[in-house]
Design a protein around this ligand. Structure first.
Ligand code: SF4
Ligand code: SF4
Length: 236
């Protein structure tokens, strides 16, 4: 189902829980309403979506995309077969999409973009053209077989809210995707001395055995690392 068709229903409910689960480092998290659908809607709500791929030389490439279509569980991307963007994805399907939901709040999708089957190419191309007529005018060649539609079905979202206090960072898998977190964790070398507690600007370190970083509220700034006399705080 196209994502746009759910807009009114979800807006009335105020929350979006239909798909996906909230995760923070693989642990189910019931503290927020951020799920896969909320992330997909957040991504869609932005008029400008940045897209990163890996160039043919292995270096990062980023550009703004507008030829997209959103479903509940997938994002479709339109390109020309000759575009570097398409050639890069044919070589390495890893992709990131990033948008600003509102100032200070962003959503990032990390996943794999693969061409939709040949027999479905025309269908999805027309869907995108209907939603984005500007694309049809901008790239006349797209009317023909020069276009290539990719789909991202598997991956994970990272919702980052730097406005709320403390900040909120939520990872949400979708499709067959697996969350690949980043940041820091406290290992078994922790002696529970408590030295690191005052170093955290978000107060996201809590006591325990070992002490623990509340990943939802961690800035991933690394300020705590150098305060630990046991080098127990390590990058992931
Ligand atoms: S400073 Fe290091 S050893 Fe001490 S509580 Fe923090 S993580 Fe544990
Ligand atoms: S990385 Fe920064 S925000 Fe996260 S626990 Fe360490 S000091 Fe706190």
């Amino acid at each position: 189902m196209p994502l746009a068709m759910l807009g009114h229903t979800l807006a009335r409910r105020g929350v979006a829980r239909e798909t996906g689960r909230c995760y923070s480092w693989g642990m189910e998290n019931s503290a927020t309403d951020i799920d896969a659908l909320a992330c997909m809607r957040g991504l869609q709500s932005s008029g400008t979506i940045a897209c990163a791929t890996r160039g043919m030389d292995g270096a990062p490439r980023v550009r703004f995309l507008s030829g997209l279509h959103f479903e509940l569980d997938a994002v479709y991307l339109l390109a020309s077969r000759g575009m570097p963007f398409a050639r890069q994805l044919m070589r390495d399907d890893r992709i990131q999409l990033l948008s600003e939901v509102k100032p200070g709040v962003s959503v990032r999708l990390t996943g794999h973009a693969v061409p939709v089957p040949e027999e479905e190419q025309v269908r999805w191309r027309l869907v995108i053209f209907n939603e984005r007529p500007r694309y049809r005018d901008l790239y006349p060649a797209f009317k023909h077989d020069d276009s290539l539609v990719f789909v991202v079905r598997d991956g994970f979202f990272e919702w980052l809210d730097l406005v709320s206090e403390p900040i909120l960072r939520v990872y949400v898998p979708f499709g067959n995707g697996r969350v690949v977190p980043s940041g820091y964790r406290i290992g078994e070398a922790c002696t529970r001395c408590g030295t690191c507690l005052s170093s955290c600007p978000q107060h996201s370190i809590v006591s325990g055995n070992p002490f623990r970083i509340v990943q939802e509220h961690c800035l991933q700034c690394g300020a705590c690392v150098k305060t630990c006399p046991r080098q127990a705080i390590v990058a992931v």
